[in-house]
Design a protein around this ligand. Sequence first.
Ligand SMILES: [Zn+2]
Length: 245
Amino acid sequence: MRIYLNFCLFSTLCFLISNSACQKEENNTDSQESFNVITTYSKSNFPLIWRPVMFGNQIDDYNDLTYNMEVFISIYEPNFLNKYIDNIYVIKDLRNVLGQEFGGTVNNKNIYANDFNLNSVLHHELSHIYHNENKELFPEEEWLQINGNNFSYSGSGMQYILFGSESENGISLDSLHSLGFLNQYSTSSIDEDIAVFCEMLHSDYQKRQETLEIINSNQKLKQKYSLLSEFFLRIGLKTSFTSFK
Ligand SMILES: [Zn+2]
């Protein structure tokens, strides 16, 4: 796993026209020493869909970044992270892209994350990767059955961020929980439904306990959690919260 910090001001042209101008290496930082972080003007394969809208600023708080990376990395087994993450690119102020709050995205085994709320974002995006890489091991039909025949996801997560959810009609969090969703974003797609579970269960111990309480008092959430636990077992995902304390 390599971690890149993006120092480029992300003028779109930088990627589209003059890639080489963006390849200058930056100096070492604490993050680099601790996590083999390579700071670079990215010459990466940013998802094409993002290129026309990418903006970002220089990371200026390495202490915060280092702390968040440490917290993120610490709960997984190194082999698991190495298997599912090639690179992490951290960009400042990504959430201001198009005026919306983007937390991050993935492309193959690369994670692109906003520096804001980084720990949660990384758990969320990592879950997209191990879900994508193991789709055949995920009990999708059983998951959809829990939602019931009358429910269909509103669209992709990206659609949700850009255009809002069609079903966004002020439904309460309690109602969402009883319908089997941890939050409104979970209703956008099965991928996001799963990722929100993973994010909330893995971000930190306190959050995990709160989430487990909610899960345990809602039958549908409990059923989904049970399917997810089986999936974790199948793909060998153990965290410091669970099996290797
Ligand atoms: Zn997501």
